[in-house]
Ligand binder design. Structure first.
Ligand SMILES: Nc1ncnc2c1ncn2[C@@H]1O[C@H](COP(=O)(O)OP(=O)(O)OP(=O)(O)O)[C@@H](O)[C@H]1O
Length: 252
């Protein structure tokens, strides 16, 4: 049994079947990629894991708990954390303060900007945040104001904010979107390092096949809301069904 088990999930938006009987089995400690052409249903599926959307039918089980019908912060407290395509950070605060706020939010269940004054005084939270910044290589930038960081560093900061909550499952929505190749490669290295350092399961949505094939142990291919193949990267490469799904995009 996987740490994340998705069974027979369906989701319609009006006349559109965005998810069509989706099944997914994510093994604990693995990096599992979800790929597929534009509009295949990848983000819709991820949204069903974090309480942003509720499937019409089906089940989503994480570590023995159903993720359906509970609030996003409750899902977060069960150990599921998500890195968004556009970093969700407090731009006026320092790098360290952003991570401290995320650590605090996980412990106390509230993500509030005005919590920063009491949080600044909490030594345990500061130590934990400093250790997380070291893990993602941002320790030298801890006092920088978040708004002045590069795009790549902002995404790294958001990853630190997620990691500071000690998640069991990290969901990454196109973690390298819009990055230059050098930044993309740094992100790949970081995710590989984290896989070695922490026993953390990762589900990653990604269009960049260089990233997918560098990281994933298992790949699920979505097309028109349906998982057409779930297999290892070796078997996915050149798979006729996958080529067909990408016809015209020619990425795999
Ligand atoms: N809230 C919504 N209301 C109506 N239709 C939606 C909604 N969200 C998504 N859709 C539609 O559902 C389908 C799947 O969208 P989704 O964003 O999940 O695809 P995706 O695979 O993540 O695409 P991309 O790679 O372009 O981000 C698309 O046709 C999209 O237009």
């Amino acid at each position: 049994m996987g740490i994340l088990e998705v069974q027979n999930v369906n989701k319609r938006f009006g006349g559109l079947q965005a998810l069509d009987n989706v099944n997914l089995d994510v093994e604990e400690g693995s990096i599992h990629a979800i790929i597929g052409p534009n509009g295949a249903g990848k983000s819709t599926l991820l949204n069903c894991f974090v309480g942003r959307l509720v499937p019409d039918t089906g089940t989503v089980m994480f570590n023995g708990n159903s993720l359906l019908g509970i609030k996003p912060h409750e899902i977060n407290q069960l150990g599921v954390s998500r890195v968004f395509q556009t970093p969700e950070i407090f731009t006026d605060l320092s790098v360290l303060e952003n991570v401290m706020i995320a650590t605090f939010a996980h412990r106390d269940g509230a993500f509030k900007l005005n919590a920063i004054d009491p949080v600044r005084k909490e030594v345990d939270i500061r130590d934990h945040a400093e250790a997380t910044l070291l893990d993602v290589g941002l320790q030298d930038k801890r006092n920088m104001v978040a708004s002045s960081m590069s795009r790549g560093d902002k995404r790294r900061l958001e990853m630190a904010m997620c990691l500071s909550q000690d998640p069991k499952l990290l969901l990454l929505d196109e973690p390298t979107a819009g990055m230059a190749r050098a930044d993309t490669n740094r992100t790949i290295d970081l995710l590989k390092e984290l896989a070695e350092k922490r026993k953390l399961t990762k589900v990653i949505i990604e269009h960049d096949m260089h990233v997918v094939f560098s990281l994933a142990q298992k790949i699920s291919v979505l097309a028109q809301g349906h998982v057409i193949v779930e297999d290892t990267p070796e078997n996915i490469k050149g798979h006729p069904k996958v080529r067909e799904a990408y016809l015209g995009e020619a990425q795999v």
